[in-house]
Ligand binder design. Structure first.
Ligand code: ASP
Length: 330
């Protein structure tokens, strides 16, 4: 098995074997972070650029740590300090970065489809570090690795994903992967935060207790208020009264159920502190595994020979804001 794609744009369209290969590769990188000297020469001489147009703590830091543990040079660009503040388009920024010959471009953008847009126009592997409400492939891979570490399987699992499903790129990547791996998916949230396509992804629940009943894995989500253009909820208090994962709600889940959250958590809104910090919580394990997953992805992509872009680069259009959810992983 090999990962033959030039980019990692999403998990949609990836096969079960490809997803397992990515997780297995990540697994093999874990022990480097346990060493006293956390560095191997695997990507020495390679350059990785992180281009972040949205806030990020875990994803951004772990891509940088991952690159450095593999001895790649890592350059981090935040939109607030880039020439986008002077009116430069995303494409022009990316073309200028590509002209400096990096071996991999990691991009986070609030526009769904931005990484796909660039992947077709620059001759450098592109990794999607979260695009709008569309996909966040490395997050789902680290979620799966964490589940497998603790539950010891990825098939015959019931996974309840709870919260702001509508705006969650974490959900979309997880749904594609979990379905490819044969897990049963439940989408749990108020009707206003469930997209029309949720019914095609899995079982839909508007009640937290019903949604988590006998679930093996509960994945809690933050309310993505930066993506909510209008009021989707009567009040935050009311939301947490019905959808906050408390110890009482958790008691409906399967006896050894585990709790995940991609972070950042809003304590007392979607998850109670004693659950976030409790024995069932794998939140810190997810963060640890994030480094291994990003090492694996950089290892597989930054070693690629440069390939010509699919399209001529003289395209001025910018990606649309509207989520484009049907694109194929590249
Ligand atoms: N960190 C995740 C993301 O970037 C989840 C979140 O922000 O709530 O999508």
């Amino acid at each position: 098995m090999a990962f033959t794609h030039q980019h990692l744009l999403g998990l949609e369209g990836l096969s079960r074997d490809e997803i397992l290969f990515l997780i297995d590769t990540a697994d093999s990188f874990k022990e480097i972070s346990e060493r006293d000297i956390k560095k191997v020469p695997t990507l020495r001489g390679k350059t990785v650029v992180g281009l972040f147009y949205e806030a990020s703590t875990r994803t951004r830091t772990s891509f940088e740590i991952a690159a450095k543990r593999l001895s790649a040079d890592y350059v981090s660009i935040a939109s607030s300090t880039s020439s986008s503040t002077k009116g430069e388009t995303l494409l022009d920024t990316a073309r200028n970065i590509a002209a400096m010959r990096p071996d991999c471009l990691v991009i986070r953008h609030n526009a769904s489809g931005a990484p796909h847009f660039l992947a077709q126009r620059i001759d450098c592997p592109v990794v999607n570090a979260g695009d709008g409400a569309h996909e966040h492939p490395t997050q789902a891979l680290l979620d799966l690795l964490t589940i497998r570490d603790h539950v010891k399987r990825l098939d015959d699992l019931t996974v309840a994903i709870v919260g702001d499903i509508l705006h969650s790129r974490v959900t979309r990547s997880n749904v594609h992967a979990l379905k490819a791996l044969g897990a049963r998916v439940r989408l749990v949230g108020p009707p206003t935060l469930l997209p029309a396509e949720a019914a095609a992804w899995g079982e839909v629940h508007n009640d937290l207790h019903d949604g988590v009943r006998n679930a093996d894995v509960i994945m809690m989500l933050r309310l993505q208020r930066e993506r909510q253009g209008r009021n989707f909820l009567p009040s935050l208090d009311e939301y947490s009264r019905y959808f906050c994962l408390t110890r009482a709600a958790l008691s409906a889940a399967a006896p050894n159920a585990v709790v995940l959250h991609p972070g950042p958590i809003n304590r007392g809104v979607e998850i109670a502190s004693d659950v976030a910090d409790g024995a069932e919580s794998l939140i810190m394990d997810q963060v640890t595994n994030g480094v291994a997953v990003r090492m694996a992805v950089l290892f597989l992509l930054a070693n690629r020979a440069r390939q010509p872009s699919v399209e001529a680069p003289a395209v001025a259009a910018e990606p649309a804001e509207a989520p484009r959810l049907r694109r194929k992983a590249g």
